[in-house]
Design a protein around this ligand. Structure first.
Ligand code: PLP
Length: 409
């Protein structure tokens, strides 16, 4: 183990510049968040729980205002009443789209769980309600501007959806610069088209968010980046006020919208998690960078590659065979603070064509801002690793993996 420590220490030396850039991003985001807390005069009373309708729930209302300010938006919903990222995105889509409208994805396949929301048969999907869906694939990790232009010129597109993170596929994440450029293009071609960004895994990775550079609407999960590892549940939707009002009609009911919603356990962890989120995201990215650097030094293919910047919090690693992949995921589980004694096995997860193995020993169930790893068991044998509340945790887990897989020969 001592030569593993030496090896990791050398990797850290080589990563010093990359780490510094991550710290600078975290500081820029932290300053914006700190200012929003001050501007909204956050006080102890905001943390108190509420019951029933939750009228005049100052904790809920202030949280939403802070979030809107941080993300440069007119309005936001930041709520424990949203159960996941899929739910947040689904609320926005159903709240805004109407029968006959067309939703266009310009980043290829939408996230697995959204496929059923949009295209499912007889389950109350958008399709069942008469909303059309089309998609344009990415080209060489960027938008296919020509195809987008042709579609926007020839068809009436109500909403464009962009998935910022790579999710669980081998493409690169989309950068804020790329999103900025395409927003300008879309607005010049079709000013009425709404640009919606699935922002999951992207929050605080850059100093700007899609809503700072032209997106009308974003949504995501609080058990990923913006909950800072402390939010116990929840989701958010943020953007133009008229769009948030439409989404709010679906979150609760038309007309009562965001006037209601209580949470008896109180809001402390949502405030505190958001306040910490830039730091937590930086920890997760540095951990991912160490995995990427060390494992590529040891001969494995990783994405992002060693010393490349991260544009979401995911790092993928390609293993030689299924056995090595499974052993890696099992070691991540073994290195977890919770359920470390459990051994994850590949299983037939609903919605997937091949077996999947998942390692997640988290404080908050399934929280992927905590160190976690998912892999479909198919070639190329790729593990998707993300999160880590502390850099130390990622580093220790990596040391265990190198030892268990006998990678340092
Ligand atoms: C996680 C994720 C979702 C869905 O969020 P859940 O909380 O798992 O429902 C959607 N899109 C992307 C890109 C994600 O990473």
């Amino acid at each position: 183990m001592s030569n593993i420590n030496d090896f990791l220490s050398e990797c850290e030396d080589s990563l010093a510049k990359s780490f510094k850039l991550v710290d600078e991003t975290a500081f820029a985001n932290f300053k914006r968040i700190h200012a929003a807390f001050q501007n909204n005069r956050v006080a102890l009373r905001h943390f108190a729980g509420t019951t029933g309708y939750g009228y005049d729930d100052v904790g809920r209302e202030t949280l939403c205002k802070i979030f809107a300010e941080i993300f440069g938006c007119e309005k936001a919903i930041f709520s424990p009443n949203i159960v996941s990222g899929t739910h947040a995105i689904s609320i926005a889509l159903f709240g805004i789209l109407r029968p006959g409208d067309t939703l266009l994805s310009i980043s290829g396949d939408i996230y697995d769980t959204l496929q059923s929301v949009v295209c499912g048969e007889n389950i109350g999907s958008l399709k069942d309600f008469g909303v059309n869906f089309e998609q344009i694939e990415l080209r060489e990790n960027n938008f296919d501007v020509q195809a987008i232009e042709n579609t926007l010129k020839s068809k009436n597109i109500k909403m464009v959806i962009i998935q910022r993170s790579r999710g669980y596929c081998s493409r690169a994440p989309l950068t804020i610069a790329q999103i900025s450029e395409i927003c300008a293009k879309i607005k010049s071609l079709s000013p009425g088209t709404i640009v919606f960004v699935d922002n999951c895994y992207g929050e605080f990775v850059d100093t700007k968010e899609p809503t700072h550079v032209g997106a009308d609407l974003i949504a995501g999960s609080l058990i990923k980046n913006p909950g800072g590892g402390l939010a116990p549940t929840g989701g958010y939707i943020a953007g133009k006020e008229y769009l948030i009002n439409l989404a709010a009609g679906r979150l609760t009911a038309p007309s009562i919208g965001t006037e209601v919603g209580s949470y008896q356990s109180g809001y402390q962890y949502f405030y505190q998690g958001l306040y910490q989120a830039p730091h937590t995201v930086a920890q997760a990215i540095k951990g991912g960078m160490l995995f990427s650097y060390a494992l590529s030094e040891l001969g494995l293919n990783t994405l992002p590659k060693a010393n490349e910047p991260f544009h979401d919090i995911i790092c993928s690693v390609v293993f030689k065979n299924a056995e090595q992949l499974i052993e890696f995921c099992q070691t991540i589980q073994y290195a977890s603070p919770v359920d470390s004694y459990a051994t994850p096995m590949p299983w037939d997860m609903p919605g997937y064509n091949e077996q999947v193995i998942m390692a997640a020993g988290c404080f908050v169930q399934g929280a992927s801002i905590e160190l976690s790893c998912d892999s479909p068991i198919k070639a190329p044998y790729t593990a998707y690793l993300q999160g880590g509340l502390s850099y130390e945790h990622a580093k220790l887990a990596l040391a265990f993996c190198i030892e268990k897989l006998n990678l340092l020969k």
